[in-house]
Design a protein around this ligand. Sequence first.
Ligand code: SF4
Ligand code: SF4
Length: 438
Amino acid sequence: MTFKGGIHPKYNKITADKKIEKANLPKKIILPLSQHVGAPCEPIVNIGDYVKTGQKIAETQAFVSAPIHSSISGTVSSIENLPHPITGKPVNSVIIESDEKDEKIEMQKREYENLPADELKSIIKDFGIVGLGGAAFPTHVKLSPPQEKPIDTLIINGAECEPFLTTDHRLMLERTDDLIAGIRIIRKVLGVKSVFIGIEDNKHDAIKILKEKTIGQNIKVIPLHTKYPQGGEKTLIYAITKRKVPAGGLPMDIGCVVQNIGTAIAVYEAVALSKPLYERVITITGKVNNPKNLLVRNGAIIKDLIEQAGSYKGEPKKIIMGGPMMGFALPADDLPIIKGTSGLTIFNKDDIDEKRSTIECIRCGKCIQDCPMQLNPSLIAKYAENERIDLAENMYAMDCFECGCCAFNCPTHIPLVHWIRYAKSQILKNRAKAKDKK
Ligand code: SF4
Ligand code: SF4
């Protein structure tokens, strides 16, 4: 149960046994209005407005988007352009100061068993659910494949192959029943029979509890070989079904939908409890004094959360939003966490290998061997460096999902992912220009 290529980094799951704790209520939150794939939201509140926890504060009519809800009660103190935590680019953001009461909107339990699929989907949309694995793709869109792409398989991604992160692992152990209820809702929306939960075989306890609790529910728990990036959508689908997503294609092209563990629980909370997505579990790990898994409010400020994990242990050199393989290094710690934040990984100087490439590719072929997409990373990077974006595109640069396996073992430390990312951004620009011309 695995895929071709991939690597074995040190897993460093130092928070695997740490139960999820509730973070302190933030005194202030910053909500960037673009924290999902798709159209940014527009604010529907004004400066000075009082808002409750769970109240919708921004939305858009675009289909590929997700509304944003306040995660505290208090007053809107500002609406202004602030740096986005991942891109660093200014993005319209709503700032709310807490009244420390955490007064919530009415959230009623719902009898949902007999609701039709369309109604379930519209609840999922209205309550702002997006993929919590990191990509933050709006969930209602993923659950609305076109008619010509029938879905027969739902895969729940419990691999959590990213080193250091343990949120999905803890959720599988601590929220098992809610997870299964969420999976059943998603299965109903998609109208599929085959459901798999893929879990790396280093999480024996999660495999055991889910196997026990899914007996008789037509949900198969699949232990997967522990190898990075086992949790990539395409690698996961291949490991479980042996189906291959075609180049440039999507899982729906081969009848599959993949959903993350946290997303399935968020779906359950929205549908069964009328709870919008205003909090999530993240792992705070690496060089902090008390690494932990925390249930945090959306928009909470990173440095406040790090304090709750016992503060920095030594002098931080890198703060990564996410894990070390696919996360993004942050320029500062006064930025907010967003819906797609799965963790904060802190590294000191000694943890970072700052070797820079000084020599050319020696054609050892390691990057090709390790690439789970069977690309030629060395060649794509060379084309990108020489501005031959057309050739990089012909070599399927867009199929790279930036897992970092190629750069991990490169003996000459060529920044392969940097160049491939550059090629992808140029390809997208060229495609947008061509579309405008039409
Ligand atoms: S080329 Fe892309 S998909 Fe392949 S190993 Fe490198 S980063 Fe991963
Ligand atoms: S791993 Fe590095 S040195 Fe080896 S072929 Fe790839 S780019 Fe060249």
